[in-house]
Design a protein around this ligand. Structure first.
Ligand code: NOJ
Length: 727
């Protein structure tokens, strides 16, 4: 990276007072300001820029408590747990006014699905198939964050995850690389907007680079065995897309990938990210991940850990202070080149300039009503909640409910608020949340008699409240049974050996179903669930995920028929936890008709893309503009879709491709495009997919290069496929 500059180049830019250092002049191009500032810095000052600490107590239960103390006034970055900008400004003032060069601090925080306006978890967002809404909500999160003193969010998580036992499956967009790429890009665009210097945008951070989602047995932080082929084909595409979209930073992952932890992985951090993709942003480690190279078995001590991580391409050390302790000494010993330190510091400084921190280091302290929970933002959160909910079962069209049905609202989730927020709730508060019961009351209360009984707790074996639940069920026309997971059961460090709900909840469902009153189950959870038993104890089932603060009314509107459910799964729901991993894009077996489980079905309970509607969409014949094209040709494929039911609604069309014969074996099918549209009843619309063979038919090999071979390919929509020959 070139970090030198010369004055003549300044012609045309808004310069230049010789008395003011270049780096303090906003009109000077950023790279020159960076170079000027670097030329004035001591090695110690540089290393400080590569170090991140925490202020206040983390809201993440896995990483609380250890507040860094005794730090110099100017550090590279803080993780900022405060809810408004007051503390930031105090700390920032110390850095800007008490240090020699006045370099502002970068304040980061985990704003994963909202800052205070908490919207559905990313896994739910994936099921909305509405990337524009993902962008808009990310922009809301950015606005609340930046106006509260946070410049940088550690989001989006774009780890492809295929094991529901892994709690972090909640934090990404499911099992498919393309979906993660599209939603990740939308989030980056929402967070960063057109320019980082705007006072409502924040820098994004792509995490966790890479392969973290491949956890073994669903255990968090554990070793992952990822072949180069899987790395390139499955885990890296979302990163490549988001890097191209301009994501400001990347976080290295905790996991050891096939023998080299991600945080010390030269191949990933330098060869792929910085050299192959020409990435200009910086890489921050995950929390304590540098020192964790010791238990991971590749560093004898913190000094060696610092050397290995930095030499691999890590730019900033989160929390564990290994860089500040050791980098300068390592330079003095000739083990690390100061030029390399300069490159990393330049990356960090560049972002600070881009964010405008040198010109505007402080955040105005806004009134709460200007800063958070604006009405229009809550409406947007509600819209996402509604679009992400997936109708899994609807026997005899029980839903939407007939007007006037008396309702027994039962279950541990019915009046719960805390758990609807999900994991990583940032500054979300229980008091902001509309519960399921409140939503139902709002929608049905004025004309419907509602009974309530908790029935049981989330887990345990206490059945003493069953009797009350059965009694209210017998007085009602329909049972709304609200089940699910506590927020802490998914997210970081929240693995489960089975993805079924605890027995007590299944037992309650079974007892209620026996009463003969129709049962609608609402599920709120942060992972795919094993539903084989529950699905038999109900007439209808709606997956509402962890919808955040505004889930009550959206789900009630689905039950009443005011809204038509449109979510579709972005992750497969296995029939049984023993099927894991199971995902739509696996490769073909050598004996497709054999190799089945002897004791359980081999197919999943609900496929990727599954989701019911109150209306029916009929697909006409798929057609291609040509069935044979050159490698550099283009082809348009289209399918007419008609809403032949009795209700307006959204339909998402998923376009897959398959290549049955190739130099390397390929997934049975791969999602390449999707589109969601609103169709009035009776309306027909033409969905189209413009295929660029180089992008859509080619395969990526284990070196990250794309190859397009001649031969036959299939484009697949629902149960239709069409052959296209590449010549
Ligand atoms: C650990 C988590 O793995 C990561 O996702 C998060 O951003 C950091 N801690 C900071 O809280």
């Amino acid at each position: 990276m070139a970090i030198s500059f010369c004055l003549p180049l300044l012609a045309g830019s808004e310069v230049v007072s010789k008395d003011i250092p270049l780096y303090k002049q906003p009109g000077v191009p950023i790279d020159m300001r960076v170079a000027d500032l670097l030329s004035r810095m001591t090695l110690e000052e540089k290393v400080l820029q590569l170090s991140q600490y925490i202020v206040g107590l983390n809201t993440n239960v896995n990483n609380t408590g250890e507040v860094n103390t005794g730090l110099p006034d100017g550090v590279g970055s803080y993780i900022y747990f405060s809810e408004d900008a007051t503390l930031r400004n105090t700390l920032q003032r110390k850095a800007v006014e008490n240090t020699r060069l006045g370099i502002p601090i970068l304040f980061g925080f985990d704003v994963i699905h909202g800052f205070r306006t908490i919207y559905p978890i990313p896994l739910a967002q994936g099921c909305s198939w509405n990337s524009e809404l993902v962008r808009e909500l990310s922009a809301i999160a950015a606005r609340e964050s930046r106006m509260s003193g946070t410049d940088w969010t550690f989001s989006p998580m774009i780890d492809v995850a295929r094991d529901g036992r892994w709690g972090r499956v909640a934090e990404g967009y499911g099992e498919d690389p393309y979906t993660n790429a599209v939603m990740g890009v939308a989030a980056v665009k929402g967070y960063q907007g057109d320019t980082l210097s705007s006072k409502v945008n924040v820098a994004a951070c792509l995490k966790h680079f890479a392969g973290y989602g491949r956890s073994e047995g669903g255990r968090d932080y554990s070793f992952t065995d990822v072949s180069r082929q899987s790395l390139w084909e499955t885990y890296l595409p979302p990163y490549e897309a988001c890097v191209k979209a301009g994501a400001a930073t990347v976080m290295s992952a905790f996991n050891d990938i096939s023998g080299t932890p991600a945080t010390a992985n030269h191949y990933l951090l330098t060869e792929v990210l910085k050299n192959f993709w020409h990435y200009q942003g910086f890489v921050v480690s995950d929390w304590n991940a540098v020192q964790q190279l010791i238990p991971q078995g590749i560093a004898a001590n913190r000094k060696e850990a610092a050397r290995k991580a930095f030499s691999a391409g890590l730019d900033m050390d989160m929390k564990d202070d290994c860089f500040r302790e050791h980098l300068a000494v390592l330079v003095a010993e000739g083990k690390i080149d100061e030029e390399k330190i300069d490159e990393s510091v330049a990356r960090v400084l560049r972002l600070k300039f881009q964010l405008g921190l040198f010109e505007h280091p402080y955040t105005p302290v806004y009134e709460e009503d200007k800063r958070i929970l604006r009405t229009e933002d809550k409406e947007m959160a509600a819209r996402m909640a509604q679009e992400s909910m997936v109708l899994l079962k609807n026997n005899n069209s029980l839903l939407p409910l007939k007007k006037g049905m008396t309702m027994a609202v039962i279950g541990p989730m019915a009046k719960d608020k805390e758990n609807l927020l999900g994991s990583w709730k940032a500054h979300g508060r229980t008091e902001d949340v509309e519960s399921i019961y409140e939503g139902l009351e709002k929608e049905f209360g004025y004309h419907t008699r509602m009974f309530y009984a908790k029935g049981c707790d989330f887990d345990g074996s206490d059945t003493s409240s069953f009797a009350e639940a059965l009694s209210v069920a017998s007085q009602a026309d329909v049972v709304i049974l609200c089940l699910g997971e506590k927020a802490a059961w998914s997210g970081e460090n929240a693995s489960r050996s089975t993805i079924a709900l605890p027995c007590i909840q299944e037992q309650l469902a079974a007892e209620l179903y026996k009463t003969g009153t129709p049962v609608v189950i609402l599920l709120s959870n942060g992972r795919p669930l094993e539903l084989a038993r529950l699905v038999q104890q109900c007439d209808a089932m709606l997956e509402i995920w962890q919808p955040g603060i505004a889930g009550g009314t959206p789900l009630a509107q689905i039950l009443s028929g005011k809204a038509n459910p449109s979510g579709k799964l972005c992750i497969t729901f296995p029939f049984d936890s023993g099927q894991i991993p199971i995902y739509y894009n696996e490769r073909q077996s050598s004996r497709p008709d054999q190799g089945k489980y002897q004791d359980i079905p081999t197919i999943p309970m609900y496929d990727f893309g599954y989701g019911l509607s109150y209306t029916t969409f009929s697909y006409g014949t798929m057609r291609a503009s040509s069935n044979s094209i050159q490698k550099n040709g283009k082809v348009r494929v289209e399918v007419p879709v008609t809403n032949i039911g009795n209700m307006d609604g959204y339909e998402t069309v998923h376009w897959f491709v398959s290549d049955p014969y190739c130099t390397i074996s390929r997934p049975q099918k791969e999602l390449k495009y999707f589109e969601k549209r609103f169709l009035k009843k009776g309306e027909t619309t033409l969905f189209t997919f413009d295929i660029d063979p180089k992008k859509d038919f080619s395969y990526i090999d284990e070196t990250g290069n794309y190859f397009l071979e001649e031969g036959d390919y299939y484009v697949i929509v629902k149960d239709q496929k069409i052959k296209i020959e590449i010549k």
